[in-house]
Design a protein around this ligand. Structure first.
Ligand code: KG4
Ligand code: ZN
Length: 345
């Protein structure tokens, strides 16, 4: 007898992307994302504008994801949504929507920790691409988080190192802001760095105990450096844009990789993955592959669509929780900060 297919609807609304995905077993049928350009001129996400945009987007995005997947709403076996961490006003929109739809369809409701989602994006079936073996280390780098996670099993993870101040994505975005780019500037630094010299400028790297990270010193050192240089040459940034981007990028990637290397050596783990929005960075991806070759690591890099915030990663996490029968109920509420467990409870 063949097992019945399981269809999970995933919903993600933790920051400034409204996303819905339909997952059939471990294969994505649709993964749609409505971004929010409204924040570009503000240098960061404006929470009130984000929640209003989620409200506008959530119904059309879910509707389009269901249509694109070629299913009907009655085919959905469970609804998985991001409970936290994230911006409360944004999370409330996805949470309320998921609760209402689960009630209307009378299907199980699954509350997912966004950070588990980033890690478990590696288990989406991507044309047979290899998946990490347990235990593995995952460097999860996004706009809000920087973590080295020891992944013992799909639903059993532990944070080994984290940032003491800014996240890696924030370091990219703040450096980008100082260079005059709109929010989020991380992808633009990546773009201009392709034609720049990464060794042209050097920025101090922090000394941080254990396996943690710190990026606030780098932010200040870039700011002071640019202020000093533009005092004597007001066109300094324009004239050196590509080299500045390449040098900033190299510094951030080196800080991340040096810690990851230390953890790998100390724990004797050679299964190494990256996840989160910053793992879309081309230099980080290339450096991980290089290190993999020189250190004998097996490396895992999700395709970019599954690195930045997306509902596919929430759906796959929901699938593991569905199999383990970990459900929530209508009393669930969104939470801006959650403990590091699969459902953030
Ligand atoms: O995971 P994500 O989409 O949202 C959060 O959960 O925060 O990560 C967004 C972050 C932003 O800081 C953005 O600038 C950064 O990921 N990012 C990049 C690149 N693509 C996204 N940073 C550097 N290079 C990229 N290619
Ligand atoms: Zn994220």
């Amino acid at each position: 007898m063949t097992q019945k297919d399981t269809i999970i609807l995933g919903i993600e609304s933790s920051c400034d992307d409204t996303s819905a995905a339909v997952l059939k077993n471990d294969t994505i049928l649709s993964n749609l994302i409505a971004g929010q350009s409204v924040h570009q001129d503000y240098g960061g996400v404006v929470p009130e504008l984000a929640s209003r945009a989620h409200l506008k987007n959530i119904v059309p995005v879910v509707d389009a994801a269901i249509k694109k997947a070629g299913i009907t709403i009655n085919d959905i076996d469970a609804i998985a949504f991001t409970k936290g961490p994230g911006l409360l006003g944004s999370l409330v929109v996805g949470t309320s929507f998921a609760k209402t739809l689960a009630l209307a369809l009378d299907v199980p409701l699954i509350d997912v920790n966004h950070m588990y989602g980033h890690v478990l994006a590696h288990f989406i079936n991507d044309h047979g691409k290899a998946k990490p073996d347990f235990p593995f280390l995952c460097l999860t780098v996004s706009g809000g988080h920087t973590q080295i996670v020891l992944v013992r099993d799909h639903l059993n993870m532990e944070i080994i190192g984290t940032t003491l101040d800014d996240a890696a994505g924030e370091a990219f975005d703040k450096a980008a802001k100082n260079l005059g780019f709109k929010y989020p500037g991380g992808p633009l630094i990546d773009k201009y760095a392709q034609d720049g010299d990464p060794d042209r400028f050097t920025f101090a790297k922090p000394k941080v105990p254990n396996y943690d990270f710190s990026f606030s010193g780098l932010k200040t050192s870039i700011l002071y450096f640019l202020e000093k240089e533009t005092r004597s040459n007001s066109n300094f940034i324009e004239e050196n844009r590509n080299d500045l981007c390449a040098s900033v990028q190299k510094t951030i990637v080196t800080i991340l990789m040096e810690q990851l290397e230390r953890v790998s050596e100390d724990m004797g783990i050679k299964e190494i993955a990256i996840a989160g929005g910053v793992s879309a960075n081309s230099s980080l991806r290339a450096r991980l592959k290089e290190l993999g070759l020189s250190k004998g690591w097996n490396t895992y890099i999700p395709r970019s669509e599954y690195c930045t915030d997306n509902a596919a990663m929430i759906a796959i996490t929901g699938r593991f929780m569905y199999e383990a029968k970990i459900f929530t109920d209508q009393s669930i509420t969104a939470q801006a900060r959650v403990p590091f467990t699969h459902s953030g409870s």
